[in-house]
Design a binder for this molecule. Structure first.
Ligand SMILES: [Mg+2]
Length: 241
């Protein structure tokens, strides 16, 4: 009886990872910065809202803006410019000085990428995968921010190729960013699998490019999509790869 070569047990050679919310803990890192901004700008007195309300409003508005950005409805500059104006307006604090709000937005962008919290098991799983696969990042995040985040969180060392939407000239879920990535790493679609937390950008995106998908769904949100694999904890990747 012929023994199957080892590589047949591992059908993939390349793993594409999303960064924000999949490896870099956007939620926790962002909350830390928002609390720093809240204190720094004395928003309890000047804004008249609680830190919890600030964090909540940020999440609501930011998710909406990112959704518009991923769908090409707004560009990165208007996302960055509008974000804190809309958040403060939603909290009834439109009276704050425009210059101050602009500075707040700039400080958010400056402070956030320096944060190093990662999703539980991120380092462990990347160390586990590193010897067997080539690992790459595929991200819609802003080029300047993503490199800083990868360095601050010590994640950079695991990856061969960092594919950003800015470099690719195309954003997930558009297949163009994956096609650009495949060309960069010299791989075919069947050799790759995409891991990400966003059903639209990561999962539909990989499907559009004929790449297998692992949906990281930590909150176990219900959906109707047919996905190659689904996990709720990064440690479960060991059962698949
Ligand atoms: Mg993500």
């Amino acid at each position: 009886m012929e023994i199957a070569p080892y590589k047949n047990l591992r059908p993939y050679r390349h793993i594409f990872f999303d960064l924000d919310h999949t490896l870099w803990d956007y939620e926790v890192n962002s909350r830390e910065v928002l609390l720093e901004l809240y204190t720094h700008y004395d928003l309890k007195i000047l804004g008249g809202f609680t830190d919890k309300m600030f964090v909540r409003a940020f999440k609501d508005i930011n998710d909406q803006l990112w959704d518009q950005y991923n769908h090409g409805k707004i560009d990165s500059n208007s996302l960055r410019d509008k974000r804190f104006m809309l958040i403060l307006a939603s909290l009834g604090a439109s009276h704050l000085d425009r210059k101050l709000v602009k500075e707040m937005g700039n400080n958010y962008l400056a402070w956030c990428p320096g944060k190093k919290n990662v999703i539980p098991h991120a380092h462990e799983i990347l160390r586990y995968l590193q010897g067997h696969y080539q690992l790459h990042i595929v991200t819609n995040g802003f080029e300047d921010m993503q490199y800083t985040k990868l360095n601050s969180s010590n994640l950079y060392r695991y990856f061969d190729c960092i594919i950003t939407s800015e470099k690719a000239g195309s954003k997930k879920p558009h297949p163009g960013i994956f096609e650009f990535g495949l060309e960069q790493i010299g791989a075919t679609t069947t050799e790759c699998v995409m891991i990400g937390d966003n059903l639209e950008a990561d999962i539909k995106g990989a499907q559009n490019a004929n790449i297998d998908q692992i949906y990281f769904n930590p909150l176990q949100k219900t959906h109707q999509e047919e996905i190659t694999y689904e996990i709720s904890c990064l440690s479960q990747i060991k059962e698949i790869l």
